[in-house]
Design a protein around this ligand. Structure first.
Ligand code: PLP
Length: 395
């Protein structure tokens, strides 16, 4: 017999994302028809280089501590161990941004925080860039929220701005550097968003998961912009910075100045986390601490430099061919306009058939992504160079 309870019907409104299953289906069909094809995957959104040695050492040492009665630890504090919260606060000083350890909440992922923050917010109007990381949209749909898209396009360089948006309070998601477009907000552009948010009483949820890939003069943290502490939460992650996609550690910043009436937003987040989250394993937090040590940052930067050299190699071909693209300079993603007016999926098939290269169709990241295509620099140098040669011949 079926249950006689009410369920969250909003879940049926989340669009099934066929993107990666459809990619797999088409690649498998191509492989079956062409068993000897040397397929190069430039669609990878995951890191491929191993953890840095200093991170691995820290994990081993922490594992030994867990195996010794004198140093064993049980439940971790819900908001993170002080040693890591303090280390993250210290990391921000180089931007330079001043935060206290108490304003930083450690978690097991930016995805978790992006999804969970909806718990502490009411039924607001939501502004979400298009195209963007799909979790912002889906987590709001699951809560039945009204979402408006702010379109990225060639005119705004895939950096939507607040101009022309009706002045009301919103919850606004910004992702810089952006996944999938690699576009990154400059200081003036970000200041316009901060001013808009402060003037309208809006909250900005700023996803800086790719800040470590920035090499130009762009803000790494939203708190580099004056006025941001009264309107912005920042969510960042060790996933791409330190290769932690399988290790799991991230953080969110809730500044003390961020209030709704008399209430600090951090009060709600700390209650949420204490009730529903058990903290990040000690071993992982020690690994994260090591990633932020001077030596750890140096080693992580070497991995990022490797990916960014891959990005440069792909970008050079696109430039040579006069193809419009964003990203690739401060981001592991390159977002290109499909040549000859092809749709995202037409270009996917074209690249697979003619060059045996797999990328990601832009339409999978939102309607405004149609006609665009994402390539990533997370592959090996060898496969990136080979792909660049094939692209040079084909495009
Ligand atoms: N934010 C963006 C923009 C991402 O692209 C991703 C992962 O791809 C995440 C957050 C998720 O990060 P985490 O691995 O910390 O959950």
């Amino acid at each position: 017999m079926s249950l006689n309870i009410k369920i969250n019907e909003n879940y049926f409104n989340v669009k099934k994302n066929y993107l990666f299953s459809e990619i797999a289906k088409r690649v498998n069909a191509y492989k079956t028809a062409n068993p000897d094809a040397d397929i190069i995957r430039l669609g990878i959104g995951d890191v491929t280089l191993p953890l840095s040695p200093v991170v691995v050492e820290a994990m081993k040492k922490a594992a030994d501590e867990m195996g010794d009665a004198a140093t064993f630890r049980g439940y971790a504090p819900e908001y993170g161990y002080d040693f890591l919260r303090e280390k993250i606060a210290e990391y921000y000083k180089k931007f330079p941004v001043n935060l206290s350890a108490e304003e930083i909440f450690v978690s097991d992922g930016a995805k978790s925080d992006v999804g969970n923050i909806v718990d502490i917010l009411g039924d607001n109007e939501i502004l979400i860039p298009d195209p963007v990381y799909p979790v912002y949209l889906d987590s709001n749909i699951m809560s039945g929220h009204k979402v408006k898209f702010i379109a990225g396009n060639r005119e705004n360089g895939f950096l939507p701005m607040p101009d022309g948006i009706e002045r009301r309070p919103y919850v606004i998601y910004l992702c810089s550097p952006n996944n999938p477009t690699g576009a990154v907000y400059g200081r003036d552009a970000l200041k316009k968003w901060i001013d808009f948010a402060n003037e309208t009483g809006s909250l900005i949820i700023f996803d800086s998961a790719y800040e470590a890939f920035i090499s130009g003069d762009y803000p790494h943290s939203v708190y580099e912009i004056e006025g941001s502490k009264t309107c912005a939460v920042e969510i960042c992650s060790f996933s791409k910075t330190a290769g932690f996609t399988g290790t799991r550690c991230a953080w969110s910043v809730f500044p003390d100045e961020l209030t709704v009436g008399e209430n600090k937003l951090s009060f709600l987040w700390s209650r949420r986390q204490a009730t529903k989250f058990n903290g990040v394993p000690y071993v992982v937090q020690r690994a994260a601490e090591a990633a932020l040590s001077d030596e750890g940052q140096k080693q992580c930067r070497e991995s990022i430099a490797y990916y960014m050299e891959n990005a440069r190699i792909i970008a050079a071909v696109l430039k040579e061919k006069g193809i419009y693209f964003t990203g690739g300079e401060n981001s592991p993603y390159l977002w290109l306009e499909c040549p000859d007016g092809m749709t995202s999926w037409e270009f996917f098939d074209f690249l697979l058939e003619k060059a045996q290269i797999v990328g990601t169709p832009g339409a999978g990241f939102g309607d405004a992504g149609e006609g665009y295509f994402r390539l990533t620099s997370f592959g090996s140098r060898e496969s990136t160079l080979k792909a660049a040669e094939r692209l040079k011949k084909l495009l």
